[in-house]
Design a protein around this ligand. Sequence first.
Ligand code: PMP
Length: 414
Amino acid sequence: MASLSPVLQQATPVQVAHGEGVHLYDTEGRRYLDFTAGIGVTSTGHCHPRVVAAAQEQVATLIHGQYTTVMHQPLLQLAERLGDVLPPQLDNVFFLNSGSEAVEAAVRLARHATGRPLVIAFDGGFHGRTMGAAALTSSGAKIRSGIGPLMGGVAFAPFPYAFRYGWSEEEAVAFALRELDRLLITTAPAPDVAAFVIEPVLGEGGYVPTPPAFLQGLRERADAHGILLVADEVQTGFGRTGRFWGHEHAGITPDVLITAKGLASGFPLSGIAAPAALMAKARPGSQGGTYGGNAVACAAALATLDVIEEEGLVANAAEQGVRLLEGLRKIAADHPGIADVRGLGLMVGNEFCTPDGAPDPAAAQAAHARAAELGLLLLTCGAHGNVVRMIPPLIVTADQVDEAVQLWRGAVAI
Ligand code: PMP
């Protein structure tokens, strides 16, 4: 009998047996309110009947087509259907399995299309664990430590994390853009930069919405220097932030969009979208993979799109997100240790600090563990692990939000 590698770090001790809607049930039959959604994946809830039916039907029809060998219908239908939700300029798509692979695909495309070697990522960003994606990741040391050398040609610029700097958002944006401009004339000269890669909400790095003015500043600089703006919407896409895509909050359009997680309700599927003329600059055969655009995953994604549309999940994410934020802010008002509560849609973070303003991971971990004991599953994030984040399925109701807020009140009352 083989045992599991200790390399996996599990956020909770729960052994899950099944899931339904916003709930997970453990092997003893105990019910948990799942405000992790499989790290922002099961947006339509666990085992949504529409998704289950579509996947079951596809399993009985064709499981694996293999898109570099033959083309299959679910993939073609999904490409067509994504045209309804993508910005009109991003009219060309390419599919893979995981977020990390899609990030690497975007970097390959950017380097091929521009002929330039450098990529600029932002402090605290998370883009994945494969060696190329890890090279762009700076959300925490454990992703990078001891595994280098990673992919070269990556420069990091500051992210406007206003709360951490103790600045206003305007000050943080002005600082971060000033530093970026300095980078572009010093260590990462603009003519050598292929792409900026950024999350519309800093995810694993602490759940910090990227200020719209910063994304607008990146758009301007990308246009001025022929740099591609790549939005990593792996976590923020598919309605999570209360708009279909996170970048919409800034009123800008990226050149390349990366999607995964919520795309297929839990089946492994990711993709990149770009204008056809840009995608045509990728060298044929330079991208692909055995399982990319799997037929069952594509069928699940089509059903996911139906559910999002028919159940109004984007609007629900916006509405319940505000309710959650308000409830959590009331709790923070009574608990000085919760120094900041922030978020966009159903991506909400509670940052724990000591009285002198230093990150307080111990308090965050204690509240996180207590919440799980009380039946509320959550995750932590941030470079210091001092942010407790909440990412429920987008089907969450007002009553379930209120229940989670009540459980959280109990979890922090220690
Ligand atoms: N980008 C972002 C913004 C993410 O949040 C993640 C996963 N947390 C990834 C990329 C990597 O995705 P995956 O784990 O599917 O490789």
